[in-house]
Design a protein around this ligand. Structure first.
Ligand SMILES: NC(=O)c1ccc[n+]([C@@H]2O[C@H](COP(=O)([O-])OP(=O)(O)OC[C@H]3O[C@@H](n4cnc5c(N)ncnc54)[C@H](O)[C@@H]3O)[C@@H](O)[C@H]2O)c1
Length: 245
């Protein structure tokens, strides 16, 4: 696979850091979009001899996203891969969900991918080759009660994946979604995985161990591969078999 230029949102930690490190390890230039400090990601990539550009940006802010994509294109002369990974998944009872909670979750999980993808798309079109990868969740198949707003946002992102795949398929651009199960990132460990959350999810899985960020890497690289140009509009569930669909 020739080196490509990738944007990974939420690259400071968790799954986004793992995706950025994996793409850089594959020889690609990677730009991380995050509101948090990305020095840990930079250190891992540069130690391995990879190229990483940390762009401080709130992916829900339209003007900042446009400026951030321009920085990437100016620095690396192209953009080919967009991994829409930044997201929040705060557990809450449906009855306690305020309109502000609802908007906060939809804003990051849906407006973010919309804004970043729309700003990057002219560059993918210009290259005549592109990969958009949306990180959704196995909750779209499982529907857990404490994540109604979150599940709604990720189901929206599945719809975005399908329709956008149709819109850009003739331009050599694929759009797919990857659905992780509950994965042991710091955030998940402090929230959905706490109080026996990992044990409950593990009991649903065919593979009886807790999912780790590195379990998602081979699927990301497969979707981004040069040979995967006929794979589009799909949601690939990587959750140890808790949802079988
Ligand atoms: N960890 C899991 O169990 C799990 C399971 C299924 C799906 N997912 C999805 O995977 C993605 C990553 O999850 P994670 O556990 O690694 O999360 P995380 O909290 O570890 O990382 C999220 C990153 O997004 C960044 N971010 C937050 N708001 C932002 C904004 N406005 N602009 C730019 N960056 C912003 C954060 O600073 C952080 O670096 C999310 O979309 C999540 O919904 C996670």
């Amino acid at each position: 696979m020739p080196p490509r230029v990738a944007i990974v949102t939420g690259a400071a930690r968790g799954l986004g850091q793992e995706f950025a490190v994996a793409l850089a390890g594959g020889g690609h230039a990677v730009a991380g979009f995050d509101i948090a400090d990305q020095s840990a990601t930079r250190a891992r990539i540069e130690e391995a001899g990879g190229r990483f550009l940390a762009v401080p940006v709130d992916v829900t802010d339209e003007a900042s996203v446009r400026a951030a994509v321009k920085i990437v294109a100016d620095t690396f002369s192209a953009v080919h891969i967009v991994v829409n990974n930044a997201g929040i998944y705060p557990p809450m009872a449906f009855e306690d969900t305020t309109l502000d909670d609802w908007h906060r979750i939809l804003r990051l999980n849906l407006d973010g991918p919309f804004l970043v993808t729309r700003a990057a798309l002219p560059h993918l079109r210009k290259a005549g080759w592109g990969r958009v990868v949306n990180i959704v969740s196995a909750v779209v198949f499982l529907g857990p009660p404490e994540l109604v707003a979150y599940t709604t946002s990720k189901a929206g992102l599945v719809g975005f994946t399908r329709a956008l795949a149709t819109a850009v398929g003739a331009d050599g651009i694929t759009v797919n979604a990857i659905a992780p199960g509950l994965t042991a990132t710091e955030t998940a460990t402090a929230t959905t995985g706490a109080d026996g959350g990992f044990d409950r999810v593990r009991a649903l899985q065919a593979v009886p161990r807790t999912e780790r960020p590195e379990d998602l890497v081979s699927t990301l690289l497969y979707v981004c591969d040069e040979g995967s140009g006929f794979l589009t509009g799909q949601t690939i569930n990587v959750d140890g078999g808790s949802a079988r669909h």
